[in-house]
Every structure is written in C-alpha cells, then in structure tokens.
Design a protein around this ligand. Structure first.
Ligand code: NAD
Ligand code: GLY
Length: 346
C-alpha cells in the first residue's frame, strides 16, 4: 500500500531591506525585542522611540559568540512562553549577527515558526548576517551546526548604529563587504578601491551594494545548493584560523580577510588571478587594518582541519576561488599539493 502526500508548494517569502533611518513601526500584536546588554545600553532607547506594539517585551541574553547556544535559546523560548506569545506574535532581532542568528532560530522553532524582523547593529550583520535567512546556534561540536533557513519579514539597516562600533568590529564587517565585491561585482570592488568607507555616504552605498549582491545570490540559491556557497569565499581557510586560535585572537571577519588572501594565492597558482589582482585585494583590506598574513606551524595539520568544516565532506574540501575580480569558482577538486604550496608560503 502506498499513500502519496501532495506537497508541491509555491511560496512567496520575498521581503524588503530598508537601508536608512529606522521608520516609525507600529504592530498590532505582541512583540519581543531580543537583544544583549551592550546593544540595549547603547541603542535600545532610540529603538523604543520608533516602535509601538500591543504588548512590547524586551528579552536580553548575554553578549558574545559563546552565548550563541542552547541555553540562550531556552532563555528566549521561556520568556515567550511566559508572556504567552502565539503564532501571530513577532520577534525583533536587535544586535549583531549573534543576536540575529539566534533570534531567527527561535522564530523558526517557536510554535513551529513565527515571524521575525532583523534590525542589525554591527557592520557585519548589516551587510551579511541579517540578510538571507540563515539562522542558528553553536554547540560543543562546532559553530552554526544547529539551525534552520527562516527568512525575516523585513530587515531595517540603520547605519546610525555603527557610530558606536569599535574599530576592529568595523574592519570585520569590511572584510565581508570585500568578499561580496571580489566574488560578484568588479565595479563594486573598484568603488571600494576608490573610496573610504569611513565616509558616511560611501558606507551607506557600500552597504547597499553588498546587500544587493547577497540578495541576488540568495534569490538564486536560498538553501545553498550551489551558488550561495560562493559567499563562503575566505571562510574555508578562515575557519581553520579561527579554530587554531581558539576563536580568541581574530574576529570572524578578520580571519576571513586572511582566508581571502589565502584563497587568492590559490587562485594565482591556478591561473585564475593575476599577481596584480591579488595585490589590489590586499591593498583594500590593509586600508582597514585587516591582516593578510598568518604564520602556519604545520601545513599538514592546517590541511586536515579543513575536513572539520561543514562545507567539506569526508574526502573532499570545498574551495571558493576568485576568478579575477568579480568572478568566482566553487570547486571540490583542488590538488592537495597545490594547497600545501600556498600554505607553505604563509
Ligand atoms: P556579534 O553579534 O557578536 O557583535 C560583535 C560585538 O559588537 C558584540 O559585543 C556586540 O554586542 C557588539 N555590538 C553590536 N552592535 C554594536 C554597536 N552598534 N555598537 C557597539 N557594539 C555593538 O558579532 P557580529 O560580527 O555582528 O556577527 C557574528 C555572528 O554572525 C557569528 O555568530 C556568525 O556565525 C554570524 N553570521 C551569520 C551569517 C548569516 O548569514 N546568518 C553571516 C555571517 C555571520
Ligand atoms: N554568510 C554566508 C551566507 O549567508 O550564505
């Protein structure tokens, strides 16, 4: 016997990303703003002056990547149950990528899924993490290993929040901007070469370009069956660097910057980039004090660590390699010796 279940779906999960001063937002429903003490201390009063809702609650979780875990998720869930949130209620993620990923994840599981909005406050989360619906948390096996694709209802990117961002956090966000430009948009990269992101108007334009690039990629490949993996340029190497330095020495974006420099050297060896293009990318990264060197003690050990990445399988590693500037190749077929040669040069 066999029973078929017809589940062919056409769903429209399109949403808008506003890059501007946050507008007045009114919700005729229960709303919870999920944030952390640092962001709340700096910016919650401003956000509250813009939001009205039938009932409005603030849920704070401790600040830091180490708190992007089940305990914080439980804390948020508990609060939602205590306040009797229902399937029509709304969550607002107010913070960096940690808050965004975790709030999105809770929204994806609370009563099998409720709506949420992203209001990102770091540059990294404004240009990358808040867009595209990847949500999740870490556990003892690794980073972002538990999660769901759950798109936000909308994203409000207000560059005003960046005025309080520490310099290194700013640089980490720049690395993700450079990532989008090198892999997908030559003109955008030239814009980055010619302009200074410390200028507010320049920064706003760069945020827009980065978000547009990511939005185009996500629209083509939401669940990362192919093209979206290109957004992991610099990450294959960067994740190893983060792991080797126990997630303490480098911010994620800083490790990605070094990872991009490594991927570029691989591209050079494969004839996909010229020396001049490699130098141009490094020059932009250096403008924001991002390092492009890393001392590797044991290249074999570095190579073996690639296999722990969730993008890799038991016997192949996925490398994202630029093709010149503005193009990208995703491959599982990089010769090990070639990769080791690159690593030896670092
Ligand atoms: P984060 O959220 O930890 O924020 C960095 C620090 O800046 C924190 O201490 C935070 O409290 C503070 N902060 C936030 N806004 C501030 C402001 N306006 N002024 C001063 N300080 C502020 O880190 P992040 O770099 O924003 O995000 C990293 C996380 O994002 C990682 O967990 C990563 O896995 C995730 N991520 C997700 C995606 C995705 O597609 N979902 C993409 C990239 C990264
Ligand atoms: N940050 C990579 C992605 O969203 O796919």
């Amino acid at each position: 016997m066999k029973v078929d279940i017809a589940l062919k779906k056409v769903v429209d999960e399109s949403y808008s990303i506003t890059i501007d001063t946050i507008p007045e937002l009114t919700f005729n429903k229960k709303v919870a703003i999920v944030t952390n003490p640092k962001v709340a201390g700096l910016h919650l009063a401003y956000l509250l002056s813009k939001i009205s809702a039938t009932d409005l609650y603030i849920i704070t979780v401790p600040d830091g990547e180490e708190y992007k875990n089940q305990q914080s998720v439980d804390l948020i869930l508990e609060s939602l149950f205590n306040h009797r949130f229902n399937r029509k209620s709304l969550l607002i993620a107010f913070g960096g990528g940690v808050i965004g990923d975790m709030t999105g994840y809770v929204a994806s599981i609370y009563q099998r899924g409720i709506d949420f909005i992203q209001i990102p406050t770091t540059l990294l989360s404004q240009v990358d993490a808040s867009v595209g619906g990847k949500t999740g948390m870490n556990n003892r096996f690794g980073k972002n290993l538990v999660g769901a694709f759950h798109q936000p209802q909308s994203v409000y990117i207000d560059p005003y929040f960046l005025s309080t961002l520490p310099k290194r956090e700013f640089g980490a966000g720049v690395a993700e901007i450079v990532k989008m430009a090198v892999t997908f948009n030559k003109e955008f990269f030239e814009f980055l070469e010619q302009h200074d992101l410390h200028n507010k108007e320049v920064l706003k334009e760069a945020i827009k370009q980065a978000v547009q690039t990511k939005a185009d990629v996500v629209a083509q490949d939401e669940k990362e069956h192919g093209l979206r993996a290109a957004l992991n340029y610099g990450h294959t190497f960067g994740h190893v660097i983060e792991k080797q330095t126990a997630y303490k020495k480098y911010l994620h974006g800083e490790a990605v910057a070094i990872g991009m420099a490594m991927a570029n050297k691989l591209a050079l060896k494969m004839g996909l980039m010229t020396q001049e293009e490699v130098a141009r990318v490094e020059k932009v990264l250096h403008k924001y004090d991002l390092e492009t060197t890393y001392s590797i003690e044991d290249v074999e050990e570095f190579y073996e660590t690639f296999f722990l990445d969730k993008k890799s399988s038991d016997d192949s590693i996925t490398f994202i390699i630029p093709q010149g500037i503005g193009g990208v190749k995703i491959t599982n077929e990089c010769d090990k010796e070639l990769v080791l040669d690159v690593l030896k040069e670092f």
